[in-house]
Every structure is written in structure tokens, then in C-alpha cells.
Design a protein around this ligand. Structure first.
Ligand code: SF4
Ligand code: SF4
Length: 341
């Protein structure tokens, strides 16, 4: 009933008043005792917002993801470090190491379990965005949100961008589409890292300006909500910009490696910084490397080329193992960064 105020509605529906205010796209500072229809909210808008909040709250099984991610990351670490190499593995038969089907099977499982089965939340992108929303007062449990961001950060640090490369349902869906055996010539093109990083950085700056209300005047407004592809896993595609984004990112994934991760995702941007302190990752044995460039050719980003050139800040590396499989000289290995390969 749109004649009720935020306070009354929150009480009657057992939802947080700030969250409801945000869900109705109102400024957090609005008077909570004024009937919502006086803010131009119609009964159907109110119903949609409440249904959405109820669904979020009802996604009670989604917490299971927090317990499922760590073993998945441990499996990925083990596989990249040792498990993908057959016992007594002969470097000359390296093409059979780190079998692609294992990686793709795990990605498929991530899409099904972490995405469609357990819903859109939690996810790494949301983990970052909610800290900012908490800071402007949308949530009352900002310390908890910070803890969750710490959790996702840890899963990105333990192995180079591991949560993105192995555990994110939308990233996994993009990965699977990129592997679809079509338009192979187009797939060879890598997006220039300078361009992708500039776009992501610019969007992040705009996000910060908007979420704090410095631009647009509505505190807590999140620009990423309008292009949030994780909505696909909750079948929340009523907003046309979201539906269009999902279709566009999925179509682009057929020819561009992880377009959402490279161009938009704030967690992808943030985890690029975390790569610099990651514990495990790809290391290059300079004594064995003959500069053939095989790794740079198979890498879908400029990461392997940057590493080969000795760049201090190469492009994102999603720990996908393509380069590990391709190196003919056994000069690449996944392992602890603090030890020489
Ligand atoms: S960068 Fe990609 S993989 Fe990482 S959280 Fe964002 S969507 Fe997921
Ligand atoms: S192929 Fe590129 S993205 Fe994949 S693990 Fe190697 S460097 Fe990283």
C-alpha cells in the first residue's frame, strides 16, 4: 500500500528501512514517515521492490557458496601447481598437461551451482559494491560487508585472481562461451590492456562519485546495477538495460575473452591490483625460456606477453592455464611467488 511510509512498510514486511529506501531508488535522507506515494512511488513499483527484497532474503541456501568457494579454490591451486601434470610427466608431451576439459568442467559446475542453483548473490562484484553502499548508510552492518570483501580478496590473493578465473559464475559463463568452437579467427584478437584498464578505472571513478551522491545527488545509487549480468542467475531481467547487457556480454563472449570482466566489473578492476600481492601464480624460468612466444599467442589477454617482456604491471591473468599447456620448453610453472621457479 503506497499510502504507508517507509517506516511502516519496513515494519510490516520485516525488511530494513534503508534497504527498502534504496530499493525504491530514493535518497537515503528522505523522511521515513512520509507516505511513499508522495515520493512518486506507485503501488506496482512498491510491490516489485518488496518482492525483490523478499526474494533476496529468501535465498537462504546462497550462504552455502561461502563454504563451497574455499575447497574449489584449493582444488584449483592443487591442479595448477601439481594436479594438472600427469605422474612422471614428460615435458615434451606437455600439450596433454592441464587438460582443458577439467577446467571447462569446473567452469560448467560453477555456472550451474554457484549461478543458477544458488542464485546471483553472493558474488565477488557484489562483495565490493556493498562495502560502498554500507559506507553511505544503506546497510547497518558495514563491518560485516568489509569482512565479506576481505573473504573475496583472500580468494583472489591466494592464487592469482583465482576467484575470478575459477569461482565466479558470470566469469565462468563468459569463459565457456569463449571456448565455443566458432568465429575462431576473431577470437585471436586481444583487447589492448591500456584500453580495458582505462575503461574499468573510469567506470569505477564514476561509480564512487555517484554512490556517494557527489554526482546525481542520490546517495547509494550504483551505476553497475543497470548492467549487472549476475541478475541472470536470479532471472531478474525486467530492467531493459540489464537484459540488454546480459545479451550483449554473452554475445561478445563468443569473440572477446570475458568482456564484462575486462571492461566493466569493479571486482575485476580491484583484483587486478591484488594480483601484485598474490601468493601463487605463473612464474617464468628465464633460463629455459627461448622467447618463442607460444604462451603470448595462446593467452586471450596481454598477460603472457607482458610477463614475457618483463613488465612490472602486465594485464590481468585469470589463472586459466592456457600458457602452462602451450610452453614447449617447460619454462612456465604455477607456484608460490616467493620461490624461484
Ligand atoms: S571480473 Fe569477471 S570473474 Fe571477476 S568478479 Fe567480475 S565478473 Fe566475476
Ligand atoms: S594464458 Fe594468460 S590468462 Fe591464462 S594463465 Fe596464462 S597468462 Fe594467465
Amino acid at each position: 500500500d503506497a499510502s504507508l511510509s517507509i517506516r511502516e512498510l519496513a515494519h510490516a514486511n520485516d525488511v530494513n528501512g534503508m534497504v527498502l529506501t534504496h530499493s525504491l531508488q530514493l535518497a537515503v535522507s528522505v523522511d521515513k514517515d512520509t507516505p511513499v506515494r508522495e515520493f512518486g512511488i506507485s503501488a506496482s513499483q512498491l510491490r516489485d521492490a518488496l518482492v525483490h527484497l523478499k526474494e533476496e532474503g529468501a535465498a537462504s541456501w546462497s550462504f552455502l557458496k561461502y563454504w563451497m568457494w574455499p575447497p574449489l579454490m584449493l582444488f584449483a591451486l592443487w591442479w595448477l601447481w601439481r594436479g594438472g601434470i600427469p605422474a612422471g610427466g614428460d615435458g615434451k608431451k606437455r600439450k596433454g598437461w592441464f587438460p582443458k576439459r577439467t577446467y571447462l568442467a569446473s567452469q560448467l559446475a560453477v555456472v550451474v551451482l554457484f549461478g543458477f542453483a544458488l542464485g546471483k548473490a553472493p558474488n565477488p562484484m557484489e562483495g565490493l559494491v556493498k562495502v560502498f553502499k554500507g559506507t553511505v548508510g544503506i546497510y547497518s552492518d558495514t563491518p560485516e560487508k568489509l569482512l565479506l570483501l576481505g573473504y573475496f580478496s583472500l580468494l583472489a590473493i591466494v592464487g592469482n585472481k583465482l576467484i575470478c578465473g575459477w569461482g565466479c559464475p558470470f566469469g565462468a559463463l563468459e569463459e565457456l562461451l569463449y571456448e565455443f568452437p566458432a568465429l575462431k579467427k576473431l577470437k585471436r584478437k586481444q583487447l589492448p590492456f591500456r584500453m580495458t584498464m582505462s575503461i574499468r578505472t573510469l567506470l569505477f571513478v564514476v561509480f564512487v562519485l555517484v554512490v556517494f551522491g557527489w554526482v546525481g545527488g542520490i546517495e547509494g545509487m550504483v551505476i553497475y546495477h543497470y548492467v549487472n549480468p549476475f541478475n541472470l542467475f536470479g532471472f531478474e531481467l525486467a530492467l531493459w538495460t540489464v537484459a540488454l547487457s546480459v545479451v550483449a556480454f554473452l554475445a561478445l563472449s563468443l569473440v572477446i575473452y570475458r568482456p564484462f570482466c575486462q571492461l566493466i566489473c569493479p571486482f575485476g578492476w580491484y583484483s587486478w591490483w591484488l594480483e601484485k600481492i598474490s601468493l601463487f601464480g605463473i612464474r617464468i624460468h628465464r633460463g629455459r625460456c627461448n622467447d618463442c612466444g607460444a604462451c603470448a599467442q595462446v593467452c586471450p589477454l596481454e598477460a603472457a606477453a607482458g610477463r614475457l617482456a618483463g613488465q612490472a604491471l602486465p594485464a590481468d591473468c585469470f589463472s586459466c592455464a592456457r600458457c602452462l599447456r602451450a610452453c614447449p620448453e617447460d619454462a612456465l610453472a604455477y607456484g608460490p611467488r616467493w620461490r624461484k621457479p
